[in-house]
Design a protein around this ligand. Structure first.
Ligand code: HEM
Length: 296
């Protein structure tokens, strides 16, 4: 494996840990391909999210099916502004339920200079209305993200990361209830292996969410209609593809929030060191039931 030799290298940093009265072990946990691709997709997704919200602002409605327009009754989400007795208000309507979202969604801006816009200027790239630039930024990072995922997939298959760290095992199912309880109590085990919830979350992002994002993105492109006309059909039409694309974006934002909270709770220095340098400090053996040092 590319980082394989190093991946299984265990640096017993006994002197430092013994001095501290602990028997922790520093291991090489994340290969350079995992780290490099992780930061490229994190960076790309940031730009894709903000430029995507600008593109959404050009038509702040989501529909199910093939058609969109006033004559159809298939809107499932709408963000807009309306005049009320109390002045202009922003609203968000989901499945017919309307919420007042003034100041954030629909009607926002500095006091006295509010404008009607679905997502506020601080959440979009560019901050002012410019659909052309947003599309250029979005598509540029979409290709970077797609290439990065392919590189991650090939490297992960060659260096064994996918088989060893992400592939679900029967024992993962057995460990799931305890894992949920441990997470709820913010009790983390610092081991070589990902726990069951991590495998589910990372596997869900890498094998479901991001590929679905790419496929629904391609399905929205008119030029793809001529190359893969069936893609739109299987996804239920261009408007449904757009709705799935938006929903996956919301799920990825939720993943990101939980991801950061878990990193902060599990020990940000150790976690960040592992995803930047590859080196990770594991618990003393008696603190966890999984062996820290694995044979390849
Ligand atoms: C859109 C942004 C992000 C996404 C989609 C994302 C997704 C992921 C995924 C899928 C993995 C597993 C990678 C693998 O095993 O191949 C991972 C690992 C990790 N990420 Fe992120 N990440 C994002 C942003 C961040 C940020 C901003 C940080 C730091 C503040 C971070 C810190 C980490 C760490 C420390 C790990 C390793 C976790 C562990 O070893 O237990 N991530 N991330």
């Amino acid at each position: 494996m590319a980082a394989g030799g190093k991946m299984d290298t265990v640096a017993n940093n006994r002197s430092a840990s013994e001095a501290a009265g602990k028997d922790t072990t520093l291991i090489y946990r994340q290969s350079r391909w995992t780290r490099l691709t992780h930061w490229i997709w994190a960076f790309s997704l940031f730009f894709m999210l903000l430029s995507g919200l600008q593109i959404f602002n050009a038509r702040p409605q989501l529909y199910i099916g093939k058609q969109s327009g006033f004559e159809f009754n298939n809107t499932i989400l709408q963000i807009g502004a309306e005049n009320t007795a109390n002045g202009p208000r922003g609203f968000t309507e989901i499945f017919g339920h309307r919420f007042d979202t003034t100041g954030v969604l629909g009607w926002s801006g500095p006091p006295g200079q509010e404008t009607p816009r679905a997502f506020p200027s601080w959440a979009t790239i560019p901050s002012y209305y410019d659909l052309g630039t947003a599309r250029v930024v979005h598509f540029f990072f979409a290709w970077i993200l797609t290439t990065t995922l392919l590189v991650w997939l090939v490297a992960g298959l060659i260096n064994g990361h996918i088989r060893r760290d992400l592939a679900p095992r029967v024992s993962d199912l057995r460990k799931l209830p305890r894992d949920i309880v441990d997470h709820a109590k913010l009790k983390f085990h610092h081991t070589r292996e990902y726990n069951t919830l991590q495998k589910m979350a990372y596997g869900g992002v890498l094998f479901v969410a991001l590929p679905l994002m790419i496929v629904t993105g391609l399905a929205m492109s008119p030029s793809m209609d001529s190359v893969l006309p069936w893609l739109n059909e299987i996804l239920g039409g261009r408007q449904t593809a757009r709705t799935i694309h938006f929903t996956v974006m919301v799920l990825l934002v939720l993943f990101f929030v939980v991801h950061i909270l878990m990193i902060l709770a599990a020990g940000p220095i150790n976690e960040l060191r592992s995803i930047i340098t590859g080196w990770y400090r594991t618990d003393p053996p008696e603190k966890h039931d999984q062996p820290t040092e694995r044979s390849a």
